[in-house]
Write a protein that binds this ligand. Structure first.
Ligand code: ATP
Ligand code: MG
Ligand code: FE
Length: 342
């Protein structure tokens, strides 16, 4: 089986062809960093226009690069939410048009499911159920991944996402957008113990997250003029790591049957965070898995792979009148499966 994946929920326009034997036959990503950089963050209207201009050429390119046509595809998988609604609609409408024109099944993919299953694209040995820390630009959650479409959420953030905290720290330090990689680079030159910063919720019995207070403390440390920027970056990154390690440890104590500790999402690209979580997995004698860096941040291979998994699990095609969903939690308790949204 081969699935065409389409991703357009934030500021990367992406297409990829993935086979069920875990081969990425072709992929292409157009990042909009240059367009959004002057504004210090993603501007939804600019994003939607850029997706509309770029997506169709990217789809044509991946098909040509792989030497395939739509007739070779067993499904077209597109992100249908959550995300910036204009961009999601561009990707979903494009996928619907391709599906209709080629009589190929459409699979509407939850972007978070793409992140959640991405580790299995790279690691054939990763079995369900696994403990997942999903850390991205808009989310910070601990999930028990029991199978395709079966997610139990154990923890979430009560304010900011972790990627958001990295991006805000970058903004405070004048590192520009996107912030995560810039903070990680600057932190290499700093002392992670130099700046006293809070660890919100560390020690509390429920494994939830909070990063708003950490961000405010970064702002005060910067405004005090007492610290080098590199020390602030390194100390922030250490505080963030201490928070997620403590919170994930609490959650792991309630998950005694999981096969592995897994991290996914854009912040999973961070080497300090990967190393810290690997140590935590060691405490529980669990294997640790993190996707290769290009599969951490937004990409279409993970969307295509979620489509492969959905086909293999026997999920039916989605109807062509399916609506895009700006909000779409992963755990079924939180939401009706279909229908709401734009
Ligand atoms: P979501 O998946 O929640 O809808 P998103 O798609 O915008 O949000 P991703 O693309 O998964 O998020 O991740 C982007 C986030 O990851 C940004 O906040 C970015 O700063 C962060 N990030 C990327 N690389 C790194 C890194 N090396 N260190 C820390 N953070 C990083
Ligand atoms: Mg991005
Ligand atoms: Fe994402």
């Amino acid at each position: 089986r081969i699935v065409l994946g389409i991703e357009s929920s934030c500021d990367e326009t992406a297409a990829a062809l993935v086979s069920e034997d875990r081969v990425i036959l072709a992929q292409a990503i157009a990042s909009q960093e240059a367009e959004h950089a002057p504004y210090g963050g993603v501007v939804p209207e600019i994003a939607a226009r850029a997706h509309a201009e770029r997506l169709t050429p990217l789809v044509e390119k991946v098909l040509a690069d792989a030497g395939k046509t739509l007739a070779d595809c067993d499904a077209i998988a597109a992100t249908a939410g959550p995300g910036l609604i204009g961009g999601v609609m561009v990707g979903l409408v494009t996928a619907k048009a391709l599906a209709m024109a080629s009589d190929t099944p459409l699979l509407a993919i939850n972007h978070l499911e793409g992140h959640a299953l991405s580790p299995r694209l790279a690691d054939a040995a990763l079995e369900y159920p696994y403990a997942l820390l999903l850390v991205s630009g808009g989310h910070c959650q601990i999930l028990r991944v029991e199978g395709v479409g079966k997610y139990q959420r154990l923890a979430t953030t009560i304010d900011d996402a972790l990627g958001e905290a990295f991006d805000k720290t970058a903004k405070i330090l004048g590192l520009g957008y996107p912030g995560g990689p810039a903070v990680e680079r600057l932190a290499l030159q700093g002392d992670p113990k130099a700046v006293p910063l809070p660890r919100p919720l560390v020690g509390s019995g429920e494994p939830h997250f909070s990063f708003a207070g950490l961000k405010s403390a970064v702002l005060r440390a910067h405004e005090s003029g007492l610290h080098k920027d590199a020390d602030i970056a390194a100390s922030f990154q250490q505080a963030a790591l201490d928070c997620i390690v403590d919170r994930t440890r609490i959650a792991l104590r309630t998950m005694d049957d999981v096969t592995a500790l897994v991290v996914a999402g854009g912040v999973a690209a961070n080497q300090v965070i990967r190393t810290g979580l690997e140590q935590l997995a060691g405490e529980f004698a669990l294997p640790f898995t993190a996707p290769p860096l290009p599969l951490c941040t937004d990409n279409a291979a993970m969307i295509a792979w979620a489509g492969v998994e959905r086909l293999a699990a026997g999920f039916p095609a989605d109807p062509l009148d399916l609506k895009a969903r700006p909000r779409w939690p992963l755990d079924p308790d939180a939401t009706p499966a279909r229908g709401a949204g734009v």
